[in-house]
Design a protein. Structure first.
Length: 245
């Protein structure tokens, strides 16, 4: 794409990007406001042969809407993994401060010690990038860079799960036109994630669970609904965890 074409594309996309982002974050908030837990972002499920699990990514997809990290997706994943494997689990969360894949380099650098000790890394990011209409090529390069950094730090038998962006065309916090546009863009980013992961044998891409796509999702300050979502999503991720090499 020429420089002129890129400029025109940016001009065309900018109003749509801004409108979609404003709409999402305005409509998502209710009279109580968004809830995030403020306790420790780590925990333990007792057992032998402990697996260390590290969640990286968007706090809005991992712990939004609950008052304790024990109800976060990471904690549910740990419990499901323990139930399936019989192993103990030590889990922790390192959120991306701006909820974007562009945060990954700084977060990975700051979390190097935790990454090197991890047996399983779960990356959950993309809603904000989809809403902001990040270019698919930029997204793919970010995924490639993230995977390269992770595989450089991780042990050879460690596993990486890349959670797909949820189907935003089913997000009730958006108007129908915005849902359709965001859904298409999120799907395009997911396809790029799949392509990038093909070059990394330690990485597995995991689709969003079908069970959570049957009705419009309207984020509200309802802890039970959020925790149920994290429980179902975490169980789906755990079921798709490949056996260690």
């Amino acid at each position: 794409m020429s420089a002129i074409a890129r400029t025109l594309d940016h001009v065309i996309r900018a109003p749509t990007r801004l409108a979609r982002t404003i709409e999402f974050f305005f409509r998502r908030a209710d009279s109580m406001g968004d809830i995030y837990p403020d306790d420790k972002r780590h925990g333990t499920v007792p057992g032998s042969d402990v697996d260390r699990v590290l969640f990286l990514g968007e706090a809005g997809q991992i712990s939004l809407g609950v008052r304790t990290h024990q109800l976060s997706m990471a904690a549910y994943f740990a419990r499901h993994h323990h139930a399936a494997s019989g192993r103990g689990v030590k889990w922790s969360i390192e959120p991306f401060p701006n909820a974007r894949l562009a945060d990954a380099p700084s977060v990975l650098a700051a979390s190097e010690d935790a990454i090197r000790r991890a047996d399983i890394v779960v990356v959950v990011v993309g809603i904000t990038d989809a809403l902001r209409v990040v270019r698919p090529a930029i997204w793919e390069q970010g995924i490639r860079d993230t995977l390269t950094t992770l595989t450089t730090m991780l042990a050879a038998d460690a596993r990486i799960l890349l959670a797909h962006i949820p189907p935003l065309d089913n997000a009730g916090s958006l108007s129908r036109p915005a849902r359709v546009a965001a859904g298409r863009h999120g799907s395009a980013l997911n396809r790029r994630t799949d392509i990038a992961a093909e070059d990394h044998s330690q990485a597995v891409c995991v689709s969003f669970p079908e069970e959570l796509t049957r009705s419009l999702w309207r984020p509200e300050s309802d802890q039970k609904r959020y925790s149920n979502t994290y429980d179902i999503w975490a169980a789906h991720l755990a079921r798709n965890l490949p056996d260690p090499n």
